[in-house]
Design a binder for this molecule. Structure first.
Ligand code: AP5
Length: 213
Protein backbone atom coordinates (compact mmCIF):
# COMPACT_ATOMS: atom_id res chain seq x y z
CA UNK A 1 0.00 0.00 0.00
CA UNK A 2 1.22 3.51 -0.80
CA UNK A 3 0.08 6.84 0.57
CA UNK A 4 0.08 10.49 -0.44
CA UNK A 5 -0.92 13.25 1.97
CA UNK A 6 -2.60 16.51 1.00
CA UNK A 7 -1.62 19.00 3.70
CA UNK A 8 -2.87 22.55 3.94
CA UNK A 9 -5.14 24.96 5.80
CA UNK A 10 -8.93 24.68 5.80
CA UNK A 11 -10.29 25.83 2.46
CA UNK A 12 -6.98 25.50 0.59
CA UNK A 13 -8.72 23.08 -1.80
CA UNK A 14 -7.63 19.67 -0.49
CA UNK A 15 -11.02 18.08 -1.19
CA UNK A 16 -11.26 19.70 -4.63
CA UNK A 17 -7.86 18.33 -5.71
CA UNK A 18 -8.61 14.95 -4.14
CA UNK A 19 -11.82 14.61 -6.16
CA UNK A 20 -9.75 14.76 -9.38
CA UNK A 21 -7.11 12.32 -8.11
CA UNK A 22 -9.82 9.87 -7.04
CA UNK A 23 -10.80 9.67 -10.73
CA UNK A 24 -7.21 8.60 -11.41
CA UNK A 25 -7.41 5.62 -9.10
CA UNK A 26 -6.44 7.00 -5.70
CA UNK A 27 -8.57 5.93 -2.76
CA UNK A 28 -9.63 9.30 -1.30
CA UNK A 29 -9.65 9.33 2.50
CA UNK A 30 -11.01 12.54 4.03
CA UNK A 31 -11.22 12.31 7.82
CA UNK A 32 -13.57 15.34 7.80
CA UNK A 33 -15.93 13.52 5.40
CA UNK A 34 -15.68 10.25 7.36
CA UNK A 35 -16.66 12.16 10.50
CA UNK A 36 -19.52 14.00 8.76
CA UNK A 37 -20.83 10.63 7.49
CA UNK A 38 -20.86 9.36 11.11
CA UNK A 39 -22.79 12.52 12.07
CA UNK A 40 -25.31 12.03 9.22
CA UNK A 41 -25.86 8.43 10.37
CA UNK A 42 -26.15 9.54 14.02
CA UNK A 43 -23.72 6.85 15.22
CA UNK A 44 -22.28 7.16 18.78
CA UNK A 45 -19.00 8.39 17.25
CA UNK A 46 -20.91 10.93 15.14
CA UNK A 47 -22.91 12.19 18.11
CA UNK A 48 -19.68 12.61 20.12
CA UNK A 49 -17.95 14.47 17.25
CA UNK A 50 -20.83 16.71 16.13
CA UNK A 51 -20.30 19.68 18.44
CA UNK A 52 -16.53 19.62 17.99
CA UNK A 53 -16.87 19.87 14.20
CA UNK A 54 -19.51 22.60 14.41
CA UNK A 55 -17.14 24.70 16.53
CA UNK A 56 -14.05 24.01 14.41
CA UNK A 57 -12.33 21.95 17.12
CA UNK A 58 -10.35 18.79 16.38
CA UNK A 59 -11.74 15.38 17.22
CA UNK A 60 -9.42 13.34 19.50
CA UNK A 61 -6.32 11.72 18.00
CA UNK A 62 -7.49 8.39 19.37
CA UNK A 63 -10.79 8.47 17.43
CA UNK A 64 -9.21 9.67 14.19
CA UNK A 65 -6.26 7.27 14.23
CA UNK A 66 -8.69 4.45 15.11
CA UNK A 67 -10.78 5.22 12.00
CA UNK A 68 -7.66 5.22 9.78
CA UNK A 69 -6.34 2.00 11.34
CA UNK A 70 -9.67 0.23 10.62
CA UNK A 71 -9.64 1.42 7.05
CA UNK A 72 -6.03 0.49 6.27
CA UNK A 73 -6.19 -2.88 7.95
CA UNK A 74 -8.94 -3.80 5.47
CA UNK A 75 -7.16 -2.33 2.43
CA UNK A 76 -6.21 -4.44 -0.58
CA UNK A 77 -2.53 -5.03 -1.30
CA UNK A 78 -1.12 -2.45 -3.71
CA UNK A 79 -3.89 0.09 -3.08
CA UNK A 80 -2.95 3.81 -3.45
CA UNK A 81 -4.42 6.15 -0.84
CA UNK A 82 -4.73 9.89 -0.81
CA UNK A 83 -5.16 11.37 2.67
CA UNK A 84 -7.01 14.68 2.89
CA UNK A 85 -7.08 16.28 6.34
CA UNK A 86 -5.08 13.50 8.00
CA UNK A 87 -2.72 13.57 9.79
CA UNK A 88 -3.23 16.99 11.34
CA UNK A 89 -1.43 16.75 14.68
CA UNK A 90 2.08 15.54 15.52
CA UNK A 91 0.62 12.59 17.43
CA UNK A 92 -1.39 11.57 14.35
CA UNK A 93 1.69 11.93 12.10
CA UNK A 94 3.82 9.75 14.37
CA UNK A 95 1.11 7.13 14.79
CA UNK A 96 0.52 7.13 11.04
CA UNK A 97 4.24 6.41 10.45
CA UNK A 98 4.06 3.45 12.81
CA UNK A 99 0.85 2.17 11.26
CA UNK A 100 2.34 2.31 7.74
CA UNK A 101 5.43 0.50 8.96
CA UNK A 102 3.43 -2.26 10.59
CA UNK A 103 1.39 -2.74 7.39
CA UNK A 104 4.50 -2.50 5.15
CA UNK A 105 3.08 0.57 3.44
CA UNK A 106 5.03 3.61 2.26
CA UNK A 107 4.39 7.34 2.32
CA UNK A 108 5.49 8.60 -1.11
CA UNK A 109 4.85 12.33 -0.93
CA UNK A 110 3.22 15.15 1.02
CA UNK A 111 1.68 17.82 -1.19
CA UNK A 112 1.46 21.12 0.70
CA UNK A 113 -1.29 23.41 -0.60
CA UNK A 114 -0.22 26.96 0.27
CA UNK A 115 -2.91 29.63 0.37
CA UNK A 116 -3.17 33.04 2.11
CA UNK A 117 -5.85 33.59 4.76
CA UNK A 118 -7.86 36.20 2.81
CA UNK A 119 -8.30 33.80 -0.13
CA UNK A 120 -9.36 31.05 2.28
CA UNK A 121 -11.99 33.21 3.96
CA UNK A 122 -13.47 34.12 0.54
CA UNK A 123 -13.49 30.47 -0.56
CA UNK A 124 -15.19 29.18 2.57
CA UNK A 125 -17.87 31.87 2.58
CA UNK A 126 -18.79 30.83 -1.00
CA UNK A 127 -18.61 27.07 -0.40
CA UNK A 128 -21.86 25.11 -0.65
CA UNK A 129 -22.14 21.42 0.16
CA UNK A 130 -24.67 18.69 -0.49
CA UNK A 131 -26.02 17.46 2.88
CA UNK A 132 -26.84 14.06 1.34
CA UNK A 133 -23.80 13.03 -0.75
CA UNK A 134 -21.15 15.50 0.51
CA UNK A 135 -20.40 17.00 -2.97
CA UNK A 136 -18.66 20.39 -2.70
CA UNK A 137 -19.33 23.51 -4.84
CA UNK A 138 -18.44 27.18 -4.82
CA UNK A 139 -20.96 29.85 -5.80
CA UNK A 140 -18.44 31.50 -8.18
CA UNK A 141 -15.50 29.17 -8.77
CA UNK A 142 -17.29 25.83 -9.07
CA UNK A 143 -21.05 26.46 -9.31
CA UNK A 144 -23.62 23.67 -9.66
CA UNK A 145 -25.58 23.48 -12.97
CA UNK A 146 -28.70 24.84 -11.20
CA UNK A 147 -27.98 27.40 -8.46
CA UNK A 148 -28.38 25.90 -4.98
CA UNK A 149 -29.02 22.32 -6.22
CA UNK A 150 -26.62 19.35 -6.16
CA UNK A 151 -25.75 18.08 -9.67
CA UNK A 152 -25.49 14.51 -8.39
CA UNK A 153 -28.70 13.97 -6.44
CA UNK A 154 -30.84 17.13 -6.72
CA UNK A 155 -30.63 17.98 -2.99
CA UNK A 156 -30.67 21.59 -1.77
CA UNK A 157 -27.11 22.77 -1.09
CA UNK A 158 -26.18 24.13 2.36
CA UNK A 159 -23.44 26.12 4.03
CA UNK A 160 -21.21 24.02 6.28
CA UNK A 161 -21.77 24.99 9.96
CA UNK A 162 -18.02 25.40 10.50
CA UNK A 163 -17.74 27.86 7.56
CA UNK A 164 -19.19 30.74 9.63
CA UNK A 165 -16.51 33.53 9.53
CA UNK A 166 -15.69 33.37 13.28
CA UNK A 167 -15.32 29.58 13.14
CA UNK A 168 -13.08 29.84 10.05
CA UNK A 169 -10.77 32.21 11.98
CA UNK A 170 -10.62 29.69 14.81
CA UNK A 171 -9.88 26.81 12.39
CA UNK A 172 -7.03 28.81 10.84
CA UNK A 173 -5.59 29.49 14.31
CA UNK A 174 -5.78 25.80 15.25
CA UNK A 175 -4.19 24.87 11.90
CA UNK A 176 -1.21 27.13 12.64
CA UNK A 177 -0.82 25.82 16.18
CA UNK A 178 -1.36 22.12 15.69
CA UNK A 179 -1.01 21.22 12.00
CA UNK A 180 1.63 23.59 10.60
CA UNK A 181 4.42 21.85 12.65
CA UNK A 182 3.88 18.84 10.35
CA UNK A 183 5.43 20.84 7.50
CA UNK A 184 8.88 20.67 9.13
CA UNK A 185 8.30 17.09 10.22
CA UNK A 186 7.79 16.01 6.59
CA UNK A 187 10.40 18.45 5.23
CA UNK A 188 12.98 16.69 7.37
CA UNK A 189 11.99 13.42 5.74
CA UNK A 190 12.37 15.01 2.27
CA UNK A 191 8.71 14.38 1.45
CA UNK A 192 7.20 17.87 1.06
CA UNK A 193 6.29 19.36 -2.32
CA UNK A 194 4.63 22.79 -2.12
CA UNK A 195 1.98 23.95 -4.62
CA UNK A 196 0.55 27.47 -4.93
CA UNK A 197 -3.10 26.77 -4.07
CA UNK A 198 -4.23 30.38 -4.57
CA UNK A 199 -4.39 29.77 -8.35
CA UNK A 200 -7.52 28.62 -10.19
CA UNK A 201 -9.01 25.16 -9.56
CA UNK A 202 -7.71 23.90 -12.94
CA UNK A 203 -4.20 25.26 -12.37
CA UNK A 204 -3.92 23.74 -8.90
CA UNK A 205 -5.25 20.36 -10.05
CA UNK A 206 -2.83 20.37 -13.00
CA UNK A 207 0.17 21.22 -10.78
CA UNK A 208 -0.63 18.34 -8.42
CA UNK A 209 -1.28 15.84 -11.20
CA UNK A 210 1.95 16.79 -13.01
CA UNK A 211 3.83 16.22 -9.78
CA UNK A 212 2.28 12.84 -9.05
CA UNK A 213 2.51 11.71 -12.67
P1 AP5 B 1 -12.26 18.83 6.96
O1 AP5 B 1 -13.51 18.56 6.28
O2 AP5 B 1 -11.04 18.06 6.62
O3 AP5 B 1 -12.00 20.40 6.86
P2 AP5 B 1 -10.67 21.25 6.57
O4 AP5 B 1 -9.37 20.58 6.66
O5 AP5 B 1 -10.88 22.42 7.44
O6 AP5 B 1 -10.75 21.50 5.07
P3 AP5 B 1 -11.97 21.95 4.27
O7 AP5 B 1 -12.85 20.78 3.91
O8 AP5 B 1 -12.67 23.11 4.95
O9 AP5 B 1 -11.27 22.57 2.99
P4 AP5 B 1 -10.53 21.92 1.75
O10 AP5 B 1 -9.08 22.25 1.84
O11 AP5 B 1 -10.89 20.49 1.53
O12 AP5 B 1 -11.15 22.84 0.63
P5 AP5 B 1 -12.26 22.51 -0.49
O13 AP5 B 1 -11.68 21.66 -1.57
O14 AP5 B 1 -13.56 22.09 0.14
O15 AP5 B 1 -12.44 18.69 8.54
C1 AP5 B 1 -13.57 19.26 9.18
C2 AP5 B 1 -13.47 19.06 10.68
O16 AP5 B 1 -13.40 17.65 11.00
C3 AP5 B 1 -12.22 19.65 11.37
O17 AP5 B 1 -12.36 21.03 11.65
C4 AP5 B 1 -12.17 18.79 12.63
O18 AP5 B 1 -13.16 19.19 13.54
C5 AP5 B 1 -12.55 17.42 12.11
N1 AP5 B 1 -11.38 16.64 11.64
C6 AP5 B 1 -11.14 16.25 10.36
N2 AP5 B 1 -9.99 15.58 10.28
C7 AP5 B 1 -9.46 15.55 11.53
C8 AP5 B 1 -8.28 15.02 12.07
N3 AP5 B 1 -7.37 14.40 11.30
N4 AP5 B 1 -8.06 15.20 13.40
C9 AP5 B 1 -8.95 15.80 14.19
N5 AP5 B 1 -10.11 16.34 13.74
C10 AP5 B 1 -10.37 16.21 12.41
O19 AP5 B 1 -12.41 23.99 -1.10
C11 AP5 B 1 -13.00 25.04 -0.33
C12 AP5 B 1 -13.91 25.89 -1.26
O20 AP5 B 1 -13.08 26.59 -2.21
C13 AP5 B 1 -14.90 25.06 -2.10
O21 AP5 B 1 -16.08 25.80 -2.24
C14 AP5 B 1 -14.19 24.88 -3.46
O22 AP5 B 1 -15.12 24.75 -4.53
C15 AP5 B 1 -13.39 26.18 -3.56
N6 AP5 B 1 -12.07 26.00 -4.20
C16 AP5 B 1 -11.20 24.95 -4.00
N7 AP5 B 1 -10.06 25.15 -4.70
C17 AP5 B 1 -10.21 26.37 -5.33
C18 AP5 B 1 -9.36 27.14 -6.18
N8 AP5 B 1 -8.16 26.70 -6.55
N9 AP5 B 1 -9.82 28.34 -6.64
C19 AP5 B 1 -11.07 28.79 -6.27
N10 AP5 B 1 -11.91 28.10 -5.46
C20 AP5 B 1 -11.49 26.91 -4.99
Amino acid sequence: MTAIILLGPPGAGKGTVAEELARKGYGHVSTGELLREQIRQETPLGLAAKERLAHGKFVSDEIVVGMIRDLLEHAKAGQKFLFDGFPRTMVQAEEFDQLLQSLEGTLDEVILLECPDDVIVARLSGRRVCPVCGAVYHVEHNPPDTPGICNLDGSELKLRKDDAPETVKKRLRIYRERTAPLIDFYKNKGLIHAVDASLSIDQVRRAVIERLG
